[in-house]
Structures are given as C-alpha cells and as structure tokens.
Design a protein around this ligand. Sequence first.
Ligand code: TYM
Length: 326
Amino acid sequence: MKIFSGIKPSGIIHLGNYIGALRQWVILQDAHECLFCIVDLHALTVRVDPALLRRLTLETAATYIACGLDAKKSVLFIQSHVPPHAELAWILNTLAKISELKLMHQFKEKSKSNPENINAGLFDYPVLMAADILLYDATHVPVGQDQQQHIELARELARRFNSIYGKTFVVPEGMIPPRGAKIMALDNPAKKMEKTGSIGGYIALTDTPDVIRKKIKSAVTDSGSDVLFDEKKKPALSNLITIYHLLSGLSIPAIEKEYQGKGYGQFKKGLSDVTIDFLKPIQQKFSECMGDPGALLRILEKGACAARAQADKKMQKVKENIGLIA
Ligand code: TYM
C-alpha cells in the first residue's frame, strides 16, 4: 500500500483529528510507504491572518511528530513547498464538473456558515485534494468519515483522466476507521468535533488538564444514568465511550462493566483521567518540537525534497499524456 493523507492548519488539532486520522497514520507508517502533508493551501479558503497561519502550520507539523509520526519512516512535508500540487489541481479542474463540485457536503456547509466569503477556492477545494492524492499514486487515504465524499471525487477524477488520456493515475481508496471515524462535539453530539467549532465542543491535543476536566464535565449526556454504549438511544454517551475506548485500549464492554452502577459523574472523571494521561507524552513532545523550530523546518525541507522528486516525475507523465510540452 502507498499512503497519503493530510491535515489543514486551520486550527488546533483535536481528538477527532487524532482518532479519525493521525492514529491510523502512526500505525501505517511501520509497514507502508507513507506521505503525510500539512495542507496549507487548503487553509487559505477562509480569511487567515498570515502570522497565525505560519504558527498553525508549524504546530500541525509538531503535532504530527508528537503523535508518533517519524520522519525516518514517513515523508512529512508542507503542501505549498511542492508546487506540482497546485499545477495538477489546475489540470484536474478542466475535468471536474461544476455540477459534481456543487454536490460536495463540505462546500455546502462552509458556504452556509461563511456566506460573505464563498470563494472559488472553497468550491475547488476537493480538486486540490484529489491532486494531493493522485500526484503520489497513493493507493490508500486514511481519513475520517467527513472526507469520504472528497475521496470519491478523487477516484472519479482519476478514472476520468485515465479514460481520456490513458492510464496515468492510480485510483485511490479511502481508509475510514471502523470506530471513531466521526467523533462528535462534546457540547452537541449532533455535530462533529471541529477545529473551528465552539471551544467547549472539542478537546485540543494541547488542552491543559484543567481545561480537559472542565470540558468533559460539561459535556452533554443523554437521559438516564447508566454508562451504556448505544448509538441510537445514547448518542452523546456512546461518543464519550468511543473516545475512552480508543484512548485507553479498554474494550467497550469492559468500560461498561467498570462503570456499572456508578453513573455519568464517575465515568466523566475516568474519561478525564484517561484523556489527560494519554495526552501528557504528546504534549511534552509537542513542546520540545515547538522549542526547536529550526529542527522542525529541516525535517519539513527534507520531506518536501523527497515529495518533490516523486511529484515532478508524475507531472512529467501527466504533461506527456495530455499533450503539454514537458
Ligand atoms: P481536516 O484538516 O479537516 O481534518 C483532518 C483529518 O481529521 C479527520 N477528522 C475527523 N475524524 C473523526 N472525527 C472528527 N470529528 C473529525 N474531524 C476531522 C478528517 O476526516 C481528516 O482525515 N480536506 C482534508 C485535508 C486534506 C486531505 C488531502 C486529506 C487535503 N488534502 C488529501 C487526505 C488526502 C481536511 O480538511 O481535513
């Protein structure tokens, strides 16, 4: 398998990003060829403060390493350091149909929440994402559930390009984890946990123990008091149990047994302890990385060089097949 995935530096990385994406990446890098990208061009579709974007880009890279990505095993790089991403996106734009881009859930949601800035980049976002993936012949793309539709589009664009210009791209497959593919907001279990959502809705990987306890304490729960996993009847609690399960490694029945008859309060205290313990080494490593931005940038430059070599080779083939003089 060849793996490609990325996170956009549009906010602080939270437990949803970790559980839906990063957690898989760390496991995959041991056995597969992997590229993990900080997709900074994607972050430009909303108005951003340049200083903040620079900081979030470095923080995202530091988070990758803090969570266990290893530059010796994976290629870690910043999207804008490899210009073929934008170049291929332009070419794929000529195949993507306005009618199919209009169907993208994320475009529809973001247009609704940001009506004053529905820019062409927001509309075109999934095409750039397809370029990211297709440029490296990735066979598998580990992401959370919210990206499934975008992966489908990348598959469709690969097939379309291949049928018009001859076999050029690998048709990639999404890898959606069986559990935790959509972690919901703590303050509203009907909405997914989001970087740009309300502060009480997400647990950032950098949240302090006090903040974590406060957020979990005020997390919405369902009626009743039994700690039971039932996504239909107890969606809020099932979300919290999923987080507990994936961070502690305890099975769901073992968690239910542990908190039998103890009520939500005890369970929330236990979940806070598990989360704080889990994040402690990640936060330590994150601080170390952010304390040495020079070292971080060297890793990213080396990664960009390796990615660039692959991307240039692919672009050569794309140009030949499409009739551009390479
Ligand atoms: P982004 O930055 O929104 O999210 C990064 C990853 O985290 C997953 N995720 C979640 N998983 C579970 N529960 C949640 N609440 C949750 N929220 C986010 C996302 O599914 C994603 O895997 N478009 C992408 C970035 C991207 C990309 C790519 C990904 C650009 N090019 C190429 C893969 C391949 C995005 O905005 O992710």
